[in-house]
Design a protein around this ligand. Structure first.
Ligand SMILES: NC(=O)c1ccc[n+]([C@@H]2O[C@H](COP(=O)([O-])OP(=O)(O)OC[C@H]3O[C@@H](n4cnc5c(N)ncnc54)[C@H](O)[C@@H]3O)[C@@H](O)[C@H]2O)c1
Length: 260
C-alpha cells in the first residue's frame, strides 16, 4: 500500500532537481502526478518514464493562464487535485550593488508570484476534492539572510509568510499549507542551461563541508522524503509550519575557542 494511493499531485518545476525527485517518490508511493515545467523535453521524458501515472504539462509559474490550463489538464486526466508542490524557483549570485531592478523583478515573479498563483489556482479543485495539501518550497534563505542573493532571500521570506497566511485561511476547507526550507542541495539551480558543472559541485561540497554541522551537501531525494511526509496524511495535524532540512546549517553558531 503506497503512502499516496489514490492521490493526485501537481508539481511545478518537476523536470529537474528536487521537483523531479518529488515527482518520482510520489509516483512510487501510488500517486498520479502532473509534471509541470518550462523545459518541455526533460519534463516529457520524465512523464514518459513514469508511465500512466504521470502526465506532462507546460507551466510557466508566472502565467495565470498556464496555471489554469495545468490544473484543468490534471483534473481532466486524473479526476481531481489533492496535492500541490510549489517547487519551481530560480536564483543567481549577484552582489547587491550590481543587482538590477530587472533581476529583482524576475526572481520575485517566479519565486513569489508563482507560489501565489499556484496556491490560488489550487483552492477550487482542492475544495472540490474535500481538502488537500500544499507544499511551498522556500529555503533556509527564507529564515536567515545571505549575501549576493537579496531578491532570492526576499522571495523565500515571502513564501514562508504566504504559507502561514494561506494556512489560516484555507484550514476550514481542509487544505493544509506548509513550507519546506532546504539547505544546500545538489541540483542545477543557478545553472538553468542544464549543463552539469563539476567545478560548481566541487565548490559547493567544499563550502558545505566547512560550514554545515553534518559536513556535506544534501541530495534531492532527502528533500523529496520530507515533501512526501507533508503530502501524505502522516502530517495530518501540521499546517502553517516550517520544515527545515539543511544538515544543521542554521541550527546556530559555533562557540569561540572550541575545536569544531
Ligand atoms: N538547490 C538548492 O540548494 C536549494 C536550496 C533551497 C531551496 N531551493 C529551492 O528548491 C526549489 C527547486 O530548485 P532546485 O534546486 O531543484 O533547482 P533546479 O534548477 O534543479 O530545478 C528547478 C526547476 O524549476 C523550473 N523552472 C524555472 N523557472 C520556471 C518557471 N518560470 N515556471 C516553471 N518552472 C520553472 C526549471 O526548469 C527546473 O526544472 C526552488 O524553489 C529553489 O529555490 C533550492
Amino acid at each position: 500500500m503506497g503512502r499516496l494511493n489514490g492521490r493526485v499531485a501537481l508539481v511545478s518545476g518537476a523536470a529537474r532537481g528536487m521537483g523531479q525527485a518529488a515527482a518520482r517518490i510520489f509516483a512510487a508511493e501510488g500517486a498520479k502526478v502532473a509534471i509541470c515545467d518550462i523545459v518541455d523535453d526533460e519534463g516529457k521524458a520524465l512523464a514518459g518514464e513514469l508511465g500512466d501515472c504521470a502526465l506532462y504539462q507546460h507551466l510557466d509559474v508566472t502565467s495565470e493562464a498556464d496555471w489554469d490550463a495545468a490544473a484543468a489538464a490534471t483534473v481532466a486526466a486524473f479526476g481531481k487535485l489533492d496535492i500541490l508542490v510549489n517547487n519551481a524557483g530560480i536564483g543567481t549570485l549577484v552582489p547587491f550593488d550590481e543587482m538590477t531592478l530587472e533581476d529583482y523583478r524576475r526572481i520575485t515573479e517566479v519565486n513569489q508570484t508563482g507560489v501565489f498563483l499556484g496556491m490560488k489556482t489550487a483552492i477550487g479543485p482542492m475544495t472540490g476534492a474535500g481538502g488537500g495539501s500544499i507544499i511551498n518550497i522556500s529555503s533556509i534563505d527564507g529564515i536567515v539572510g545571505a549575501n549576493s542573493v537579496l531578491p532570492y532571500v526576499a522571495s523565500k521570506f515571502a513564501v514562508r509568510g504566504m504559507t502561514k497566511a494561506a494556512a489560516i485561511e484555507l484550514a476550514p476547507r481542509g487544505i493544509r499549507v506548509n513550507s519546506v526550507h532546504p539547505g544546500f542541495i545538489h541540483t542545477m539551480i543557478g545553472n538553468p542551461e542544464g549543463t552539469p558543472n563539476p567545478d560548481g559541485r566541487a565548490l559547493l561540497d567544499e563550502f558545505t563541508g566547512r560550514t554545515t554541522p553534518m559536513g556535506r551537501t544534501g541530495e534531492p531525494e532527502e528533500i523529496a522524503k520530507l515533501v512526501l511526509f507533508l503530502a501524505s496524511d502522516e502530517s495530518s495535524y501540521s499546517t502553517g509550519s516550517e520544515f527545515v532540512a539543511d544538515g544543521g546549517m542554521i541550527a546556530g553558531h559555533r562557540s569561540p575557542g572550541t575545536d569544531l
